[in-house]
Design a protein around this ligand. Sequence first.
Ligand SMILES: Nc1nc2c(c(=O)[nH]1)N[C@H]1C(S)=C(S)[C@@H](COP(=O)(O)O)O[C@H]1N2
Ligand SMILES: [Mo]
Length: 212
Amino acid sequence: MPDWKKLIASKIAVAQRGAAPGKINANVRVPAGQTEVKNFPVLDMGMKPTIAKSDWSLRVYGLVENEINLDWSAFEALPQITDVSDFHCVTRWSQLDMDWQGVRAQDILALAEPLDNAKFVTLHGYDGYTTNIALEALLDDDVIVAHSVLGAPLTREHGGPARMIVPKRYAWKGAKWLKAIELHAEDRLGFWEVRGYHNYADPFEEQRFSDD
Ligand SMILES: Nc1nc2c(c(=O)[nH]1)N[C@H]1C(S)=C(S)[C@@H](COP(=O)(O)O)O[C@H]1N2
Ligand SMILES: [Mo]
């Protein structure tokens, strides 16, 4: 006879870990295959565009009722939140307790009123970078268009003036120098996803490459 109590307890522990990483046991906050860092490395394609706040705008277009193009003052006027989360880069570093400040993606999307057939999103950066994600995932409470972290405005190298942060996915799903959110009916692979990175990208499942 297996020890059912032990077996069930271990299954529940695994399930809870998946549902709320970090909240159950501090030991599971750094996913398998990752090393904790504290120096917030910079990672991108290398273009690092310089976008002044006065030149920045965020367009939401495609399958929406109201196409919008928010300038900086309209973005700043939206409800501001602080969203503390852990940041996991597929190149195997994680930085914990990042206190992103900005506007919930769901609040920005609500202004644009996604159509019923909008199911997938392409995030566009001012450097030409793209990444794709399901619309539902962007509507999660913890997804934020961030302008500040660690007590200061985002530097250019980290994607200032504003970038997307999707805490439940590897960091490449968060476009820096965010320029546009495009909604489609079908999924369209982004820059890394075309090159074999995983489409879903859950760090706790180690979904690094599409064959993982
Ligand atoms: N626009 C843009 N966003 C991007 C990238 C990029 O090259 N261009 N790189 C991604 C990758 S692979 C990672 S790990 C994170 C790194 O963010 P950081 O440089 O602030 O640490 O940004 C993501 N967002
Ligand atoms: Mo990355």
